[in-house]
Design a protein around this ligand. Structure first.
Ligand SMILES: *Cc1c(COP(=O)(O)O)cnc(C)c1O
Length: 370
């Protein structure tokens, strides 16, 4: 896989060995196999909460892209993240979660892990390494959603390793084609596959990937007993989508870089964050640890009404709270309580033609900024 480009890697990742007698295409499997194997059989496929061939093919593809020994799929990103957190935290331990990352992660930690005796500390991207010095478990998110700040993963992993601290990295915004946290020293990758990985705004999913067999076995056991599973049909949809992941993500990154450059010099824009802009505060670290800078740009406009006018006057931007799909979309994050200004918008670039987006967003901003 090493020498191939991203699109070849995406296509190869969903390949399967032909097995005589197996279905010609990955198909949904029923909740429980219709004919149980003989008593002695140790097949995983006796009940839909344990495993099924469609999951395993998707898990193998995700593991290949993440550079992991194995991956486990879940019914959503939050299902994956919370399962991993339940496995790696114990009462009496200190857990660091992002203060400026995806808000539901710190909300879960506060509402459900803290009452069970876990000390929950919130740290911003810039303070992650400092906070890790007194932690047993660290969950970092980089680039952060929605601010697109970047954590130096190599430095954080070194800090964690010297203290035997477990390091989890949320790889949702970067995607495995943007960065491979495991190769930089993370113990587990957690992610939402709902965004660019599935990429069509039509399915929720998540995964945990890693290379420690005992840790993964515990996560698998947690999934079996707690049951936050991905439907096999959704798994099949994502497999279908994954073959074009390299093409889609390549176009999204190209669009994001071009739009970030255009926004930077537009008078209606107060500030722009994109890790691929050379003047961005995260550019140096991002250039070292990321292969691509991603498909999201964050921007601050004068106020909520300017964001509304931007969407209202654009033919290509839709207002939508998810991101990473084939359509370009905008989300005004203050609406959801993120600690950002009223005019802060997260723009997710789709796979439209770059020039069309530049023209459309440029004219919409001209009107909105008036
Ligand atoms: C969306 C998102 C999640 C949660 O994923 P779901 O699939 O919506 O449960 C977690 N982390 C980040 C960074 C996200 O953007």
């Amino acid at each position: 896989m090493g020498s191939y480009g991203d699109s070849t890697r995406s296509v190869k990742a969903v390949d399967s060995e032909p097995v005589p007698g197996s279905p010609v295409a990955p198909t949904p499997v029923p909740a429980a196999a219709y004919h149980l194997p003989p008593d002695e059989d140790d097949s995983l496929d006796v009940y839909g909460r344990m495993s099924n061939p469609t999951w395993r093919q998707l898990e193998s593809a995700i593991a290949q892209l993440e550079g992991a020994a194995a991956a486990l799929v879940f019914g959503s990103g939050m299902a994956a993240i919370t399962a991993a957190l339940r496995v790696v935290t114990k009462p009496g331990q200190t857990l660091v979660v992002p203060a400026d990352g995806y808000y539901q992660v710190r909300t879960y930690a506060r509402e459900f892990l803290a009452p069970r005796g876990v000390t929950v500390v919130e740290a911003r991207c810039a303070d992650m390494c400092d906070a890790a010095r007194d932690a047993d478990v660290v969950l970092a998110e980089t680039p952060s959603n929605p601010g697109l700040d970047v954590v130096d993963l190599h430095q954080l992993a070194m800090t964690c390793r010297s203290r035997r601290t477990t390091l989890l990295v949320d790889n949702t915004t970067a995607t495995p084609l943007g960065q491979q946290p495991l190769s930089l020293g993370a113990d587990l990758v957690v992610a939402s596959a709902t965004k660019a990985l599935a990429g069509h705004h039509d399915v929720l999913a998540g995964y945990v990937a890693g290379s420690h067999p005992e840790m993964l076995a515990r996560v698998q056991r947690e999934r079996l007993l707690a049951g936050p599973i991905l439907g096999p049909f959704e798994a099949w949809l994502i497999l279908r989508s994954l073959g074009t992941f390299g093409l889609r993500f390549g176009q999204q990154c190209q669009n994001a870089a071009a739009v970030a450059l255009m926004l930077r010099s537009h008078p209606a824009v107060k500030s722009v964050r994109y890790p691929g802009l050379p003047e961005d505060p995260s550019y140096d670290i991002a250039s070292r640890q990321m292969r691509r800078f991603g498909g999201i740009v964050s921007v601050e406009l004068a106020g909520a009404d300017v964001v509304h006018d931007l969407v209202g006057n654009s033919a290509l931007l839709v207002g939508s709270t998810s991101f990473g799909g084939i359509h370009s979309s905008v989300d005004r994050r203050a609406r959801w309580g993120d600690p950002v200004p009223d005019g802060f918008a997260r723009i997710s670039l789709g796979i439209e033609d770059t020039d069309d987006l530049l023209g459309d967003i440029g004219q919409a901003l001209d009107i909105a900024g008036r």
